[in-house]
Each structure stands twice: as C-alpha cells, then as structure tokens.
Design a protein around this ligand. Structure first.
Ligand code: GTP
Ligand code: MG
Length: 301
C-alpha cells in the first residue's frame, strides 16, 4: 500500500446557533486565530477554513455563520452560506451552548439537521460555565430530536475535551489524499483577515445596532520595501448617526479601533502594519451585491 492511500481527509462543518462558540472552537483546534470571536451574536459572516493535521489525517474545519432568522439580504446570505457549508461537509459538528441549553433556535437547527440526513456529532460547549450534572440530560434531550453518532462535552475556552474530539475526528474521516498542503492553516487571504480584525474591534467597541450595520473591506494591501505592510480599509455604515459613533468624540473611537486592530494584525502577520481606516456612509450596503461579494457571500444572497 502506498503512503498516499493510508491518509484520510475530510471537511468538518461547525454548525449551531449564533454565539455557541464555533469560531472559538475553530481557533482552539487550529491553535491559531483564524476566525474572529466576540461576545455578540452573529459575529461570523462567511465560511472560514481551519486546517488541522492529526496523525495521518487532515481535518478541514469549516467555521460558519450561526443559524438565525434572517431579515436582511446580508442575513439571508449568511444563513444560506451556513447551510450550504454543512451540506458540503463529510461530517457536521452541531455545537450547542450548554449554558443556554435547549432553546427554540437550537430545536429548529436540530430539526433541519435531522432532515438533511448527514452524519452529525453533538458537541456541548461552554462546559466550564455549567454544573457537570446538567450535561447528560441536555445531551439526552438533544439526542431525542435527531440521531447523533457521537457526543462530546468541551470547553472551547479552556480546551477541556478538545484533544479527545480531535483524536476521534482523525480516525473517522474518509481515506484519501490531503486536499491542502500540510502546512496550510486556512484559506483566508491576509487582506480579508485585515478587514475581519477591524470588524472584530467594531464588535467589541460599539453596541446595539452599530456592529450589525457595519461592514469592512480592505481597499489596498501593499508590502513595503522595509518589510512592513500598508493596509487601507473602508468601514461602511448605513446611517450618519453610526458614522458619528464610530468616529467618536475628536476621533477617539476610530483611533482606538485602529490601534487595537493594528496590534492584533502585527502579531498575527508577524510584521509592522500601517493601518488606515476610512469610514463611509452608504445606506443599504447590506442589500448591495458588491458588498456581499466582498464577503464572499454573493452566491448565497
Ligand atoms: N466560558 C466560555 N465561553 C466561551 C466558550 N466558547 C466560546 N465562548 C465565548 O462565547 C462567545 C461567542 O463565541 P464565538 O466563538 O464568537 O461564537 P460563534 O458560535 O462563532 O458565534 P457566531 O459567529 O456569532 O455564530 C465569545 O465571547 C467567546 O469567548 C467556552 O467554552 N466557555
Ligand atoms: Mg463565529
């Protein structure tokens, strides 16, 4: 038997309600920050891959937007992208926030996963936040809604249970050659990463509607001869009031967003960054094909 035929490789989709901890788990399993995380729901807007090598196995995780009731064109595209990602995967990890438990949104997702008839593993996350005796009843209630092949209890935050999950995944994927080079970590281009890191700061530093009414695009990304990089980013907002909030008194808010994002980017990219943010008002950006296209979502709208 050749080396090639001993390897296994597959796509593992992370599916769940917004805020269940999918991106945190992706980053934990990949051992790198690939997908942005925030305490607010609906942080992730598009599919991001995290590629993990384990033994003779290449596990390609697919971080996806959370599933919720869409209102805008952007929301619809996010939710469609999530279901599409699940449909294309070899296996779905159904992530449930153990502290929130079995809410209506989780019930609905379980129903749809059941209909899709794809293999599902249940992952109860945030086990660090609940008494251990609540976990088995929750797993049992969920297993009554859909058939799951395996159940895991993890904390994406502390890492508890995550190694076990990776071990089990690595022996459960179909045999076949690796689909990505062994040292690839993700398919996320640096210019998209830059926009995401700025958006993450906006999720942290603004409240209510503002982060949801904002999108971020990298206009230009240029390596400079001194080894640094110059990144020009446009932040689109839908209302004048939101522009004022983002900029803040005497420009303090936008400076703080830029500074934190730059620090993050420098540590992720490993070289100095010059980051320039430009806030533009653009009513209805969340219905605009060009804006969705920049997020890789235009096929799903
Ligand atoms: N205590 C605790 N917090 C967690 C855990 N996993 C994630 N979180 C927190 O939960 C919040 C949401 O995490 P995300 O990873 O952004 O959740 P998500 O499922 O990707 O959310 P969307 O992208 O909105 O669908 C963040 O504040 C995380 O720090 C965990 O195991 N324990
Ligand atoms: Mg996410």
């Amino acid at each position: 038997m050749s080396e090639q035929t001993k390897t296994s490789c597959g796509f593992v989709a992370l599916v769940g309600a917004p805020n269940a901890g999918k991106s945190t788990l992706l980053n934990r399993m990949a051992g790198a920050k690939l997908s942005i995380v925030s305490p607010k729901a609906q942080t992730t807007r598009f599919r991001t891959l995290g590629i993990v090598m384990r033994g003779q196995s290449q596990i390609i995780f697919v971080d996806l937007p959370g599933i919720f009731k869409p209102r805008r064109r952007l929301d619809r595209a996010m939710v469609n992208a999530a279901w599409n990602g699940a449909q294309d995967a070899d296996l779905t990890l159904f992530l449930v926030d153990a502290r929130k438990g079995l809410k209506d949104d989780v019930r609905e997702i379980a129903g749809k996963l059941k209909k899709s008839e794809r293999p599902v593993w249940l992952v109860l996350n945030k086990t660090d936040l609940v008494p251990p005796e609540t976990l088995l009843p929750l797993a049992r209630d969920l297993s009554e809604l859909l058939s799951v092949q395996q159940v895991f209890m993890v904390s994406a935050q502390t890492g508890a249970g995550v190694e076990d999950l990776l071990d089990r995944l690595s022996v459960s994927l179909p045999s076949g050659p690796y689909l990505y080079p062994e040292d690839d970590l993700t398919d996320l281009p640096d210019r998209l990463l830059a926009a995401e890191i700025v958006r993450e700061q906006i999720f942290f530093q603004t409240q209510e509607e503002v982060p949801y009414q904002t999108t971020v695009e990298t206009e230009s990304y240029k390596d400079r001869p001194d080894g640094s990089v110059r990144i020009d980013v446009t932040v689109y907002v839908s209302r004048p009031g939101h522009k004022a909030i983002l900029i803040g008194e005497k420009g303090r808010r936008i400076r703080e967003i830029g500074m934190r994002a730059r620090q993050q980017l420098e540590s992720l990219l490993g070289h100095p960054c010059h980051l320039f943010l430009n806030v533009k008002e653009r009513a209805g950006w969340d219905e605009e094909t060009a804006r969705l296209k920049a997020l890789g979502l235009s096929d799903f709208a």
